[in-house]
Each structure stands twice: as C-alpha cells, then as structure tokens.
Design a binder for this molecule. Structure first.
Ligand SMILES: NC(=O)c1ccc[n+]([C@@H]2O[C@H](COP(=O)([O-])OP(=O)(O)OC[C@H]3O[C@@H](n4cnc5c(N)ncnc54)[C@H](OP(=O)(O)O)[C@@H]3O)[C@@H](O)[C@H]2O)c1
Length: 267
C-alpha cells in the first residue's frame, strides 16, 4: 500500500514507527511531508522513510493519505492539495475535533473520508484507534483504515457523534494513565522502594490488570471483587480511593477533554 503521512509529529511518527515494527512492514510503502525542511530531514533519519515538504507531490503519489497535522492546520493543508485528490484515494484524518463534513469540504469533495482517533501507544503496536466513516466512505474504505491501524494496535468503529468522547477517553487517555503510574510510583517511593523498582511495579501492575480485562473478558468490577478479601488489605486501599473520589475524577477528566474536543471546532 502506498501510504502518505501529512505531518510527522508525535502522532504521525507513532503510526509510522508502529507500522515499521509490525509483521506487515514490507507491505507499506510510506512517504511523509512536514512543514519545515529540518523536520523532514529528521524524519528521514529517524523513521527511514522518504520525507519532504511538498504536500502536493505527496498527495499525487499515494493511494492513502493520513492527515496528522494539528487541527488548526488541517484546513490549509487540505485546501492546498484538494485539486490533486481523486475518488480512487482514501483520506484518513487523525485530527481531533475536525468532522468528516469539514474534511470533505476542504479536500474538494471527491476523496472518501475516514475520521480516526488513534493514540500514541501505536508506536509500540499497542494503540487504540477508533474510526467513523464520512462522505463517500464505504466498507472498503473503513477496511483500508483497519488494515493500517490494526497493525499498530486495536481498532473499533463508532458513529461520528461519539468521536469527541472517544478523544476524551482513548485519545487523551495515555496521559491520564501516565499520571496514575507516576502517582503509584511515588507511593512506592514513600513506602521505601527504589524509584526504578516502584515504577516497574506500578506500570507492570497496570499492564497486567489491563490484560486481565481484555483477555478474560470479565467485568472489571468482578475482577476487583476477586482480589478483595474480606477484612484484607485491598479493601482498605479501595476505601481510600473512594474517599479521594477516583472514579468520579476520571469520569470528569474524560468529559472535560471531550468538551474541549467539541469546542475546538467552535461547536
Ligand atoms: N499526540 C497525541 O497523543 C494525539 C492523539 C490522537 C490524535 N492526535 C492528533 O494528531 C494530530 C497531530 O498531533 P501531534 O501531536 O502529532 O502534533 P505535532 O507533534 O505538533 O505535529 C504536527 C506535524 O504537522 C506538521 N505540519 C504542520 N503544518 C504542516 C503543513 N502545512 N504541511 C505539512 N506538515 C505540516 C509539522 O511539521 P513541522 O515539524 O515542520 O512543523 C509536524 O510534523 C493532531 O491533529 C491531533 O489532534 C494526536
């Protein structure tokens, strides 16, 4: 697949690097573009792909384009390349907040549009990417997006009105979890563990618990009950978390980020 990545910042780089490390790497012929020549040179060096600053040339030479510039940069980039885009190509935007209707209008209306919300763990093949189909996108176009993003993690499809919520949950979620890991690590230091060991314990505990949820398919509350012995230690820890309003705080975090995603487009 000839794949063009418009924008090779944190997210574009995570997708490219994840694909390069995947078992399907040889089937992706990736080319990228950035705004500055310095960024293009850096991307060529670190990602080992062709990269330049000519968006129009890139748009003309690939089958699938991933738009990975900042949301406020999306309109200018799409209008710049719109005349070169055809109905045979697919546009996948990972820009937070920008709707498929906006993407379609700015890109000239011929190309099929998919809106996606990935997250940075795509870099190590553990991303979560959620798609919705826009104008002219058929099942075949969604499958193209699946083919790319399933190589760098898990995927799901939702209706477009849920995409701001998705942004607040899995798009921004890694940052919340890094905070949780950091806090647990601090706790480890407080009880006397060396910092490195404390961080290992915190991160591996999160990974193990997440895998239990995904692989056993049980409700998280059931798994929590399984490790909570009557009058044991865990229930005291859980009580402290309830007192600190952990659950409602996390819910509020997702709602706040979703609201921000919506407001970015003035909705
Ligand atoms: N970061 C995340 O965790 C995350 C998660 C999900 C979705 N997203 C979405 O991913 C998108 C990119 O985010 P990011 O964090 O990767 O941003 P970023 O690190 O700021 O990267 C933006 C990239 O776009 C390039 N760019 C800017 N203007 C351009 C132009 N006119 N032509 C070609 N390239 C241009 C920049 O090149 P220069 O370096 O030369 O300026 C840079 O490579 C955003 O829309 C965001 O909503 C991000």
């Amino acid at each position: 697949m000839k794949l063009g990545i418009l924008g090779l910042g944190k997210m574009g780089e995570a997708v490219v690097e994840g694909l390069r490390r995947s078992d399907d790497a040889k089937n992706f012929n990736i080319e990228g573009s950035t705004r500055s020549p310095e960024s293009a040179q850096e991307a060529e060096k670190t990602l080992h792909i062709r990269c330049h600053t000519d968006n129009v040339k890139l748009a003309q030479s690939v089958e699938v384009l991933v738009l990975s510039v900042k949301p406020h940069q999306a309109e200018a980039v799409l209008r710049q390349i719109s005349k070169k885009l055809t109905a045979k190509q697919t546009l996948i935007s990972v820009c937070a907040s920008i709707t498929t209707e906006q993407l379609s209008e700015w890109s000239g209306g011929k190309i099929a549009v998919i809106r996606a919300m990935p997250n940075t763990p795509c870099l190590i093949g553990e991303g979560m990417t959620v798609f919705c189909a826009g104008p002219r996108a058929t099942k075949a176009h969604t499958e193209i997006a699946e083919r790319i993003f399933s190589k760098v993690g898990k995927t799901a499809v939702v209706e477009e009105d849920l995409m701001d919520g998705v942004t607040g949950l899995s798009g921004c979620g890694p940052a919340y979890i890094y905070l949780v890991i950091e806090a647990l690590s601090e706790a480890g230091v407080k009880v006397g563990l060396p910092r490195k060991t404390a961080t290992l314990l915190a991160a591996q505990t999160l990974l193990g618990a997440a895998k239990m949820v995904l692989e056993r398919g049980e409700h998280p509350a059931y798994l929590k009950d399984e490790v909570t012995t009557p009058a044991g230690c865990t229930i005291d820890g859980l009580m402290a978390l309830e007192e600190g309003k952990l659950r409602v705080t996390l819910i509020k975090a997702v709602l706040a980020a979703a609201k921000r995603s919506k407001s970015l487009r003035g909705a």
